[in-house]
Ligand binder design. Structure first.
Ligand code: SF4
Length: 400
């Protein structure tokens, strides 16, 4: 671990502590989010019970990851989707470039995996016009930063900052005194033209059923439906830890994810098992009806299979990215994902940094954990997050 990298981490955290906008946003929005989820869970023991089932599903899936990858590759083909496998971020970017090409309009739904792989930047560099369509993620794109929470990527921005970005970067006629409703309406109008002209839609995936080759995505904005339905070509980047045995398992995962993210019931769930088709003319199946003509699913390793063999890090692979651990963490509450690696941050994010960027990077970041254990209590799938962080701390100190 270089001194330069450590200094970079320290600088990011100090900048965050001195950033009045970030501090105002975190102290205004986070306590309410944590409280809302806690109250909901108190009222729904059935969801808490479902979370225990999801823990068992994910434990099984991680133990059988290689078999599920093989099964998913076969199932995806059987539903006329095109399966791919990317061992690392470079391979994933190369696949994205070969499938998309140049000079295209690309719309993306929020995906931490696509963010981790640098898909948007690679496509932009190749001369494509690329738009994030989740509002929070679009704001992050306009700011040129990184998401500050797995579900609420722009949680660090005040209303004034949002108005400034929409005005300066998109030329929208908004002011800080506008109601959020007015700003959302302007963004909706702007993105409509991108949705209908897009050649390619890129998504992540909340869960992928190996038996059926079915991808499940959950959301509230409605953008994922546009991204995965309007363009001719849909490409999904899915980490191999998202694989579960069956479609029923996948539904359980997304319901628990939505509940612990404070978004229950979710407004939309999309299930995608291959390209759109019809058999209404001459009883012959034709692909490319109203949805995509082609669906490509890229199964992404990028550190996950090695982590599955690590007796400590493998527990983090159960993570369903609800982001609840971030809301309860006293360190994240001060600096958000500025405490983190290039994509992930906070309690689960430091561990994900160790998985995707290397143990030495995650280990250096882990030193800031206070060891209070609030994240462990919050986690729906009972990941011993603080225990993993303690192990990373040990690895860091023994490397000195
Ligand atoms: S144990 Fe560490 S990561 Fe977990 S909530 Fe406490 S300070 Fe945050």
């Amino acid at each position: 671990m270089s001194d330069e990298l450590l200094e970079g981490y320290a600088r990011a955290i100090l900048r965050a502590l001195e950033d009045p906008d970030l501090q105002e946003a975190l102290h205004t929005y986070v306590p309410g989010s944590e409280e809302r989820v806690r109250r909901f869970l108190e009222s729904r023991p059935d969801i808490v019970q479902l979370a225990r089932e999801v823990k068992a599903i994910k434990e099984y899936s991680i133990a059988h990851m290689d078999e599920l990858i093989d099964e998913a590759m076969r199932s995806l083909k059987s539903v006329n989707a095109v399966p791919h496998y990317a061992a690392d971020a470079r391979e994933a970017r190369e696949l994205a470039l070969s499938l998309v090409g140049r000079g295209k309009v690309v719309v993306m739904s929020k995906s931490m995996t696509a963010e981790e792989l640098g898909i948007r930047e690679a496509l932009e560099e190749a001369g494509n016009e690329v738009w994030e369509t989740d509002l929070g993620q679009l704001l992050v794109q306009l700011e040129g930063g990184k998401p500050m929470h797995s579900i609420a990527p722009a949680i660090h921005m005040t209303v004034a900052r949002v108005a400034q970005l929409l005005r300066d970067r998109l030329g929208l006629d908004v002011s800080p005194s506008d109601a959020p409703q007015q700003m959302v309406a302007k963004v909706r109008e702007f993105l409509r033209s991108k949705f209908v002209s897009a050649d390619v839609g890129i998504s992540g995936g909340n869960a992928l059923a190996a038996r059926e080759g079915a991808l499940l995505l959950v959301e509230n904005e409605g953008n994922i439906r546009m991204v995965t339905n309007l363009p001719r070509l849909h490409i999904a980047f899915v980490g191999v830890e998202k694989l579960v045995p069956t479609m029923l398992d996948a539904f359980k995962v997304i319901l628990v994810q939505a509940a612990f993210a404070g978004l229950y019931p979710p407004t939309y769930v999309s299930l995608i098992a291959g390209p759109s088709s019809t058999g209404d003319i001459g009883h012959r199946r034709v692909y490319g009806a109203h949805g995509p003509v082609e669906v490509h699913v890229v199964l992404v390793d990028h550190g996950r299979r090695a982590a599955a063999k690590d007796v400590v890090l493998r527990e983090q692979l159960r993570c369903i990215r609800c982001g609840y651990c971030q809301f309860v963490c006293p360190v994240w509450g001060q600096v958000a994902n500025n405490w983190g690696g290039s994509t992930y941050g906070g309690p689960m994010g430091v561990n994900w940094t160790a998985i995707t960027e290397g143990v030495d990077r995650g280990a250096a970041l882990a030193m800031l954990c206070l060891g209070c254990g609030r994240c462990d209590v919050a986690c729906p799938v009972e990941i011993p997050i603080s225990g993993i962080l303690a192990d990373l701390k040990r690895r860091f100190t023994s490397s000195l």
